[in-house]
Design a protein around this ligand. Structure first.
Ligand SMILES: Nc1ncnc2c1ncn2[C@@H]1O[C@H](COP(=O)(O)OP(=O)(O)OP(=O)(O)O)[C@@H](O)[C@H]1O
Ligand SMILES: [Mg+2]
Length: 503
């Protein structure tokens, strides 16, 4: 563990408060980080983590409380001022400007290009396309570039807000290594993630926020996870039923809802075949960029396959447009929540969206029915609607819940989930696995790609493994140990029958 110097912390915030109109986002937040220390900032969705980071980096102004940087009280009037003082964030959402190319984005923030490229390469993105519009780059790449840009400015305090949430396992490991090395070199790090394995791997302490107040500050040692969860949930702790695996019998009955044969899309996806039945949750295991994006794009009608067939309920379909896929009952929850939400429209409207397209018996939309459906969805996923307004005002995790909530009561035939639990806290994740199982039990056919292998175990009946554009393996629920999944994802063959860590 790195040497800590808590007698004179680099950053020391106490009693921080912040309201957004009637919403109290923070009322008594405290956070302290010493030189060379990595402090995990934990808390359920909506606890106030991102708000605190934005205050510390000058993007938001706090209402009350004290912030001391290297012993001196003050705050930053702007992110540029914070950056100049060595406080640099990687925010929860990608922050490169989408309609500018990478080079222009660097110019805009006066980021030294050499250092940026060096870090990008160190983080596993060696060939950064400097002249590419950033909006065209995949989410995982955007996150790596955000971090490379932050590191290039040699921060004294680096704040990472769920920066690993959209990354596949291999890139997460690189990020963790780099972050730990930064701390060992004397930098201070505030690290936000909902994944305990990451906290255990690199963090020295964990500070827990609950409903806007700091409620615990714990050393990270074996067994701390339980204590963190207890503090995160507080009195609201309700027993969570782990997602039960649906009987394979449900899935085995009946013809496949979706039959994919020899599907090839561009240079990335070749000759992919599988069946997906009603009542079944089929996992897709793949490291970043193995062709899973192209598979989902083709199934959702965003890209036309070069070869192969997609049969829905026994009939071959060709999707020329997403509307064709929707007409065939294919519903996509995309990886980037910004693509799924109407950010400046009310949460209620975002949830009710699918109802609008539904044939109605009595005139266009039954308002009372809509209100009931929305209320049920909000209650089931415990969406934090204190913000009572536009979707963009919700915390990141709560936004992600909205993208799923809208399918609860409206019913769905084939659900294509692309990394749906990114940035969702532990309790809600379990609710989502339960929800996915319920939808399957009601007859939905579900294809579930996740960048977190653990989720395959929690939610899927079986999985296909895509490596280098091809299906290389199929793994039944009983064999889905993390080691087996990991090995398969790396294109290795062979299984073991006990759970363990891959070599
Ligand atoms: N601009 C805003 N207007 C209104 N309310 C807001 C705004 N930004 C955040 N909030 C509210 O403040 C609270 C804290 O949100 P915050 O984004 O800090 O949570 P978080 O801990 O980062 O959650 P997550 O894990 O989901 O990212 C939430 O209730 C959120 O809806
Ligand atoms: Mg957040």
């Amino acid at each position: 563990m790195a040497e800590t110097d808590s007698a004179s912390p680099v950053l020391d915030a106490t009693g921080v408060s912040k309201r957004f109109g009637p919403v109290v986002a923070l009322h008594d937040a405290a956070l302290r980080v010493g030189r060379g220390e990595i402090v995990a900032l934990m808390g359920a969705n909506g606890a106030g983590k991102s708000t605190l980071v934005k205050i510390l980096t000058g993007a938001l102004r706090h209402d009350g409380g004290t912030i001391r940087i290297r012993g001196r009280e003050g705050h930053f009037a702007s992110p540029a001022a914070a950056r100049a003082a060595g406080l640099v964030p990687v925010y929860q959402e990608p922050s490169l400007i989408p309609h500018l190319d990478v080079a222009d984005n660097l110019r805009l923030t006066r980021t030294p290009r050499e250092a940026f490229l060096r870090w990008a390469s160190e983080l596993g993105a060696p060939d950064v396309p400097l002249d590419e519009m950033t909006g065209r780059l995949p989410l995982a790449t955007l996150r790596i570039l955000d971090l490379a840009r932050a590191l290039a400015s040699e921060p004294e305090v680096l704040m990472l807000d769920e920066m690993t949430a959209a990354l596949p396992t291999d890139l997460v490991e690189r990020v963790l290594k780099v972050v730990r090395a930064q701390a060992d070199a004397g930098r201070s790090i505030i690290y936000i993630s909902h994944r305990f394995a990451e906290i255990a791997a690199i963090c020295d302490r964990a500070t827990v926020l609950r409903d806007g107040a700091t409620v615990a500050d714990l050393p990270v040692e074996p067994g701390v996870e339980e204590k963190i969860v207890e503090q995160m949930l507080g009195a609201a702790l309700t027993p969570v039923v782990p997602a039960a695996h649906a009987a394979a019998a449900v899935a085995a009955a009946g013809p496949p809802r979706l039959r994919v044969r020899g599907l090839s899309v561009g240079p990335r996806l070749s000759d992919v075949s599988f069946d997906l039945r009603a009542g079944e949750v089929l996992g897709v295991v793949a490291l970043e960029g193995q062709g899973q994006d192209q598979l989902f794009d083709a199934l959702a009608g965003f890209r036309r396959p070069d070869r192969g067939t997609i049969e829905v309920d026994g009939t071959a379909r060709s999707f020329r447009h997403p509307a064709d896929a929707i007409a065939a009952g294919h519903t996509l929850v995309p990886g980037n929540r910004a693509d799924a939400l109407l950010m400046v429209r009310p949460v209620r409207e975002n949830i009710a969206l699918p109802l609008i397209a539904r044939p109605a018996k009595w005139g266009p939309i039954n308002m009372r029915e809509e209100a009931a459906i929305v209320a049920e969805a909000i209650a089931r996923l415990q969406i934090d609607t204190r913000a009572q307004g536009e979707a963009r005002r919700l915390s990141g995790g709560n936004q992600q819940k909205v993208t799923i909530a809208r399918w609860i009561a409206t019913g769905v035939r084939t659900l294509l989930l692309f990394d749906p639990t990114r940035g969702i806290d532990v309790r809600t994740k379990r609710q989502i696995y339960g929800l996915v199982r319920d939808l399957a039990a009601q007859g939905a056919a579900i294809l579930f790609y996740t960048s977190e292998l653990k989720e395959i175990q929690a939610a899927c009946d079986r999985s296909i493994v895509i490596f280098n554009g091809r299906v290389v393996d199929e793994i039944a629920a009983g064999e889905a140990t993390e080691a087996n999944l990991m090995r398969a994802a790396y294109g290795l063959t062979g299984r073991d029958h006990a759970a363990g860590v891959p070599a």
